[in-house]
Design a protein around this ligand. Sequence first.
Ligand code: NFS
Length: 661
Amino acid sequence: MADKTIKSADRVAEEIIEWAEGHGLETAFDRAERLHPCPIGHSGACCKICFMGPCRLVGPDAEEKAAGVCGATLPVVSARNFLRMVAAGTAAHSDHARDMAFTLLEAATGEAPDFKIKDEVKLRKLAGILDIPTDGKTKEIIAKEVAEKIISQFGQQKGELAFIRRAPKKRQEVWRKWGLVPRGIDREVAEAMHRTNMGVDQDPENLMMAALKVSLADGWGGCMFSTDITDILFGTPRPRRSQASIGIMKEDEVNVVVHGHEPTLAEMVVEAAQEKEMLDYAKQKGAKGINLVGMCCTANEVLMRHGIPTAGGFLNQELAVMTGLAEAVMVDVQCIMPAIAQAAKKFHTKIITTSHKGKMIDAVHVQYDEHRAKEVARQVLRLAIDNFANRTAEGSRVHETTPVIAGFSHEYIDYMQGGRFRASFRPLNDAIMAGRIRGVAGIVGCNNPRIAQDSIHDYLAEEFIKNDVLVVSTGCGAAACAKAGFMTPETALEKAGPGLREVCEAIGIPPILHLGACVDNSRILTVATHMVNEGGLGDDISDLPAVGIAPEWMSEKALAIGCYFVASGMYVIFGSESPVEASETVKHIKRNVWEERVGGKLEFVADPDEILKKSLEHIDKKRDALKLRKYEPGRFGVERKLMSMADRRKLEAIAKPHEIK
Ligand code: NFS
């Protein structure tokens, strides 16, 4: 599988890493080699929640015998650490969602005049889910009421989070039975922080169930709110062709990298970069134009909606600076390495922070303000354009790119299976039932420099499609597949198994679907729910022949996502080591107790072949339980005929993008 001698499976990235090594420049890959993780903290056996410690719970029979100064045992410490990580991940996604909700509110009231409501159909649908009457109301009034309702969900103290009712009925019952229904997002995060404070929750099982509860506030709260509001404001994605790779930087244009997570300012930059005044200014400064390049999840947002090329995921940020071609890297929040400001000192690149929540030494700060968003975007672009003249010959110049098709919102997945009037999940369910598609795998999450970048993402994606498993992808996992060239319909012809290939050809889609940013993992929850509601694949998400995998994870946000998939009934596998490896009790809870109670479980598996084997076994086990036709490559049962490409084109001709359900 992965070549252990390389640092990245992304060929362009590997070339820049080698160039950096040759020029005495350090990257995260070098620091990961130099800094060995502390084995005690790494395995969840270090408690530093009070100042009697930190206590290290190690030694023979640590599980039973080790205790901190207060008497906390290894399972308690380990479960407490885990819950804190999930709460932090939930807080990050949800705070992003809160900003989106305030932008929607101010767009509706006219206080943020640069933002408009682009998808009114989705807005009205959301109002329906939130029990907000829409008859006779303008879209602005509906948007205001929707935004206010969503904002209230953060601080809601009692009752149930509104979107819980979007899950299959049986799933909701499971959550109610185990007391897992979140009340309000902030309440669950605050309670998790309280419970993990010194001397509060000392029961590992109770702590781990709390991790599921807070994660549900993320998946069916923060992430889902964020996805829906972003679609309403900036349009629900539909497939777009673009390019992926750091090689997308242009020699003769002003290169502006938009990096981070919240898409609001990036959207404004996309609009401002097309203004004549900006383009003239760039020309006046000697550039042929302005080249916008995405990075991390901001990249996924602007790729899905505007076809802006992606320079890749998390580990490509320093490398983008090292091309010597980036006039500016604009950042906001999350997954932004402080190292980029240090790398930028050796080049002409300006690192521009834009959020009061995320400042950085040695960066330029331009404060984002939604009330004058477009003007802030122009200010960022002007800084970048002014910097064009400072470009030197320094840098690793590689110009190889890969084509990608991204933009598979759950609405589009619905639509692509039958057009505007017959949109449904029936064809997908039928293909699974007939054994054409063996199952579905979500390959999501980060890169981690302790693993050759993209290597496991790429390996698993390729193996799954070869085995007729449809892959859905988000976050840096999606960037990995995009850079590897797996996200075009041609991939289906070349690499997919015969059944999956037939389905992809019939619909005209790649066998690996780019569903967006990490918050868009909520789209996977929605897709799974649609599949259940369509019928034939059981009556709960836990019945689906599906797995979720984060093979190169590093962020607390990834753990929150993993937990909300588990709580929603999925088998979830994370690569590399477990952050609770030290405690057998905690490992037992997340594998066995969770599975008994919610039907999903979480495992950490370092070996990619083992991940693949376990995933396929799980998919086949679920197929058996559903009494579906046994999967055999190349042998399918009878199913409904899918639409041909010609049929679908006819439908697309009459369905405008904003009309897609
Ligand atoms: Ni997700 Fe996006 Fe990437 Fe990991 Fe970071 S960019 S929110 S956390 S590293 S996938």
